[in-house]
Design a protein around this ligand. Structure first.
Ligand SMILES: Cc1cc2nc3c(=O)[nH]c(=O)nc-3n(C[C@H](O)[C@H](O)[C@H](O)COP(=O)(O)OP(=O)(O)OC[C@H]3O[C@@H](n4cnc5c(N)ncnc54)[C@H](O)[C@@H]3O)c2cc1C
Length: 370
C-alpha cells in the first residue's frame, strides 16, 4: 500500500524543517511527510546572519554581536551599527526546537534514516521512493543538495574551541581576516567569539577547487599560535562546509515537484549566506510566489561579482576591505542581505572598482561570463 500525503519534503535540514513548520502553522489541515537521510541530528553548524528582518527563529538566537572587524595587510577596520546586530543560531538548538514542535504537531510525520533514492512525477502525483517504502504526494519539495560542479566554492573548516585563558574579544566578530596564507587561493579567517574563552575559528577559502582537510587545520593551528600566542585549549567540535557559489537557478517546470533551499538557489551566491534567504523564500513560496529570494537584480549583481572574483582572486582581499571601508555599515549590510534601497545600491556600486566591474557586467550581459 502506498502512503499518501498532501506535502512530502525531501530532506529535513534548514529549509525542509522550516517549510514543514511554516505549512503546519498556516495550513494546518495538510498532511506532511519529511524524509531525512540522517539517523539523528547533530551540532553540525552555526547559522549566523545580520538581523535585518523578522523571522520565526528569533527566540533561538544564542549570540548577538554589536561589532565586527575586517583585516587586510595589517590594517584593521572595526565597525558597528546601532541598527543591525550579527546573530547566530546553533544548529543543535534549531533541530531540537523543530523536533519539539513536530512532536506536538500530529500532521507532520518526520522519518529519519530515510534517504530518498527515486522520485517520479505522474500527471496528478509525485512518487517518492526510499529503501523502506514508496510514498505519494500531491506536492513534493526537494532539498537534496545539487551535486553538479560549479566554478567557484566557498569552503571552510572550523574549530569550536574552549581556551584555558581568555583570548577572545567577546564583543567583536572577525568577519574576514585576510592576513593569512594566500598562496592556495582567496583565504580568510572568520571568528565568532562566544565568550572570552570560547569561540569558533573558520579557515575559509573561495576558490574553484576544494582543499585537503589538513590545509584548513594547519591554517587554524598557525593562526592560534601566531595571533593568540599558542593558547591551551580544548576542542569542542569541528564543522566543515562546502558551499557552491552558483548564480544559475535550476529549471523549474513542475508545479508539483519543487526544489527548495540551497538546491533552489536560496543561498546568496556572493556571500554563501542562506539562513535568512531561506526563511524569506519560504514565506513567498507559501503565497505561491515561487521565485527565489534573490531573483533578478541580486542574482545579476552576484553573477558580476563572482565573475570578477574568479578572474581577480588576488585583488579580492582589497576589494572586500574597501567595500567595508568606503560604505556606511547599515548601507552595506542592506546591500549584502538584499534589503537595499536604490540609494544603498548606487553607493555600494560606486565603491567598487568601476572598470573591472563594468567589463564583467558586459560579459554577463552578453552571456560570455561564467
Ligand atoms: C558548516 C556550515 C555552516 C554554515 N553557516 C552558515 C551561516 O553562518 N549563515 C548562513 O546563512 N548560512 C550558512 N551555511 C549555509 C546554509 O545556511 C546551509 O547550507 C543550510 O543548511 C542550507 O539549507 P538546506 O535546507 O538547503 O540544506 P540542508 O540544511 O543541508 O538540508 C538538506 C537535508 O537533506 C538531507 N538529505 C540529503 N540527501 C538526502 C536524500 N537522498 N534523502 C533524504 N534526505 C536527504 C540532508 O541530510 C539534509 O538534512 C552554512 C553551511 C554549512 C555546511
Amino acid at each position: 500500500m502506498i502512503d499518501e500525503y498532501d506535502v512530502i519534503i525531501i530532506g529535513g535540514g534548514c529549509s525542509g524543517l522550516s517549510l514543514a513548520l511554516h505549512i503546519a502553522k498556516h495550513q494546518s489541515h495538510k498532511k506532511i511527510l519529511i524524509l531525512e537521510s540522517r539517523r539523528e541530528y547533530q551540532y553540525d553548524k552555526i547559522w549566523s546572519f545580520w538581523d535585518v528582518e523578522a523571522h520565526p527563529y528569533e527566540n533561538q538566537i544564542q549570540h548577538r554581536w554589536s561589532h565586527w572587524q575586517i583585516q587586510h595587510q595589517g590594517c584593521r577596520l572595526i565597525q558597528s551599527s546601532p541598527m543591525y546586530r550579527y546573530c547566530s543560531i546553533p544548529s543543535n538548538c534549531f533541530y531540537k526546537n523543530a523536533m519539539q514542535q513536530i512532536h506536538d504537531l500530529p500532521q507532520i510525520n518526520l522519518q529519519m534514516d530515510s534517504p530518498v533514492y527515486h522520485v517520479e512525477e505522474s500527471p496528478s502525483y509525485v512518487f517518492v521512493q526510499t529503501k523502506k517504502a514508496i510514498y505519494r504526494g500531491s506536492k513534493v519539495f526537494d532539498s537534496r543538495p545539487d551535486k553538479t560542479e560549479t566554478y567557484l566554492y566557498q569552503h571552510f573548516l572550523g574549530w569550536h574551541i574552549m581556551s584555558e585563558h581568555p583570548i577572545f574579544d567577546s564583543k567583536t566578530i572577525t568577519l574576514m581576516d585576510f592576513d593569512v596564507d594566500q598562496s592556495k587561493g582567496l583565504h580568510f579567517m572568520y571568528i565568532l567569539p562566544f565568550s572570552a574563552h570560547e569561540g569558533l575559528l573558520e579557515s575559509t577559502f573561495i576558490t574553484p577547487h576544494l582543499h585537503e582537510e589538513q590545509i584548513y587545520e594547519n591554517s587554524i593551528s598557525d593562526y592560534l599560535k601566531t595571533r593568540f600566542k599558542n593558547p591551551k585549549y580544548q576542542m569542542i567540535r569541528k564543522e566543515r562546509g562546502v558551499l557552491p557559489l552558483r548564480t544559475t537557478l535550476p529549471e523549474q517546470n513542475s508545479s508539483k515537484l519543487i526544489p527548495i533551499g540551497a538546491k533552489a538557489g536560496w543561498t546568496r551566491a556572493s556571500t554563501g549566506y542562506a539562513f535568512l534567504p531561506i526563511q524569506k523564500a519560504i514565506k513567498k513560496l507559501a503565497f505561491n510566489q515561487q521565485k527565489p529570494a534573490f531573483f533578478n537584480i541580486d542574482l545579476w549583481l552576484d553573477r558580476i561579482f563572482l565573475n570578477f572574483l574568479h578572474d581577480n582572486l588576488q585583488e579580492a582581499p582589497q576589494v572586500f576591505f574597501d567595500l567595508f571601508r568606503k560604505n556606511a555599515p547599515e548601507q552595506l549590510i542592506r546591500f549584502l542581505t538584499g534589503n537595499w534601497s536604490t540609494m544603498d545600491l548606487l553607493q555600494v556600486l560606486f565603491s567598487m572598482p568601476k572598470i573591472p566591474m563594468l567589463k564583467q557586467a558586459l560579459r554577463v550581459m552578453t552571456k560570455r561570463g561564467l
